[in-house]
Ligand binder design. Structure first.
Ligand code: ZN
Length: 424
């Protein structure tokens, strides 16, 4: 390890209080989503932090009151050395009235070696550690050869496309680290896509006509959209079971790839035959699958189910997949992410982890989803690596171990330094 790096790593220890204060500062910004649209002040703080350390800032509203921030610091030999994206979300899980917090969730405090507050582990701890690493590198006057990009995005907790917009705006790098909750494991993830399945009758019938559509010789080709939806739900259960026995992925318990009928809406009122029924489903899939692929499998299967029913054959189900926000259009996509343990950056991150933490680096899969999938979708090699564990994410008295936060900051410092010093 190089001399300047060793000095900086010691400084993380010596200046631990400043690191904690930075994490506390971020937690004090009240950025829960829902309700969202409350991150402008926090994002301005991060933009100013980065700007004062030589980053060019690109800030734009994803939604009014919810801007994305991307800071870019061009390397001294940009183009010849590896570039890095550090990505994290500034929104935190919602806080509900009556939750038994020891203190105001947005008034963080330290107790028994942990920092407590909403977002401590998901993921203002991760953001603070990465920002503090950048601060130390800058204060030491270290000029990195490769480009460094920092993305502070909005809306992750409600499936909004903060990170997708960064990718669509053309921000790219040789590697991306999503510093979200991973308990310092280096992780990929499965994906999630939501969808709406609609069964709709071409005509609307009065309740009194039911006798004509279900009894022999009634003469009326009609059906209740609710009852027809029951057939489709049964079809989904068959497909879910088929997936459970035919698909698998290392690190996941069999049957993790589920199709959840989450919400159902349908019918007008009791004087009508239900002429429309809508089902909202949540589909979990494995890292080696795509959201387009699983959506297509579901459509094909349900279209076959529909073909076997005389009424559904004439009134086939309609599908709407994904969405850009659980708040705005009741839909979301989290693409999957596969991590290649032999990738140069993953090996470097693993060895940085091992030299700092003095434990074997674990490369595995997240049991949840993060924005990491958008990098996979954009063809940017990436991994999730951050402090905090998922028992704490979204929990009452959410907390992060200070020892882990310090470890994380040292590993990021090492990784940023070494990766941007790696020749292309
Ligand atoms: Zn998160």
């Amino acid at each position: 390890m190089s001399q300047p790096l060793e000095t900086l790593i010691r400084q993380v220890e010596e200046r631990q209080d400043e690191l904690i204060q930075l994490a506390e500062r971020l937690i004090r910004f009240k950025t829960p989503a829902p309700p969202a649209r409350n991150t402008a002040e926090a994002q301005q703080y991060i933009a100013s932090f980065l700007e004062s350390r030589g980053f060019a800032i690109d800030q734009w509203d994803v939604y009014p009151g919810d801007p994305n921030v991307v800071g870019v610091r061009k390397g001294q030999a940009s183009g010849e050395y590896k570039s890095l994206i550090i990505n994290g979300h500034i929104d935190v899980a919602e806080v509900n009235a009556g939750e038994a917090w020891e203190n105001d969730p947005f008034e963080p405090f330290v107790k028994d070696g942990v920092l407590v507050g909403r977002g401590a582990s998901d993921m203002k701890g991760g953001l603070a550690g990465a920002l503090f690493a950048i601060q130390l590198l800058d204060e030491a006057g270290i000029l990195l050869p490769g480009d460094l990009l920092f993305q502070s995005v909005i809306g992750e907790e409600v499936g909004e496309a903060g990170t997708l917009q960064c990718c669509n705006r053309g921000y790219s790098a040789d590697f991306a680290v999503v510093v979200d909750t991973s308990d310092l494991h280096i992780q990929g993830q499965g994906g999630v896509i939501t969808g709406w399945i609609t069964v709709k009758s071409k005509q609307t019938f009065h309740d009194a006509t039911r006798k004509n559509m279900i009894h022999a010789g009634g003469g009326l080709l009609g059906a209740s959209a609710i009852e027809k939806m029951m057939k489709l739900i049964q079809g989904l259960q068959e497909l879910e079971r088929h997936w459970a026995v035919t698909k698998s992925y290392p690190g996941y318990a069999p049957g993790t790839n589920t199709i959840n009928p989450a919400v159902i809406e349908g019918g007008r009122h009791a004087a009508f035959i239900a002429d429309e029924c809508r089902l909202w489903i949540t589909v979990h899939f494995y890292p080696d699958e795509t959201y387009e692929g699983v959506a297509q499998e579901i459509e094909e299967h349900l279209n076959r189910v529909a073909q076997a029913d005389p009424w559904l054959r004439e009134n086939p189900p309609q599908f709407e997949w994904g969405g850009s926000s659980m708040i705005e259009d009741r839909g979301e996509i989290f693409p999957s992410l596969e991590v290649d343990p032999t990738h140069e950056a993953v090996r470097l991150l693993s060895s940085a982890h091992e030299s700092i933490v003095r434990q074997h680096a674990i490369v595995d899969v997240s049991p949840t989803v993060t924005d990491g999938g958008w990098f996979g979708d954009a063809g940017i090699p990436a991994a999730i690596y951050g402090p905090g564990d998922l028992r704490n994410a979204h929990a009452v008295n959410e907390q992060v171990s200070i020892e882990q936060l310090v470890h994380f900051t040292k590993v990021m410092l090492t990784f940023i330094y070494e990766w941007t010093h790696t020749h292309k």
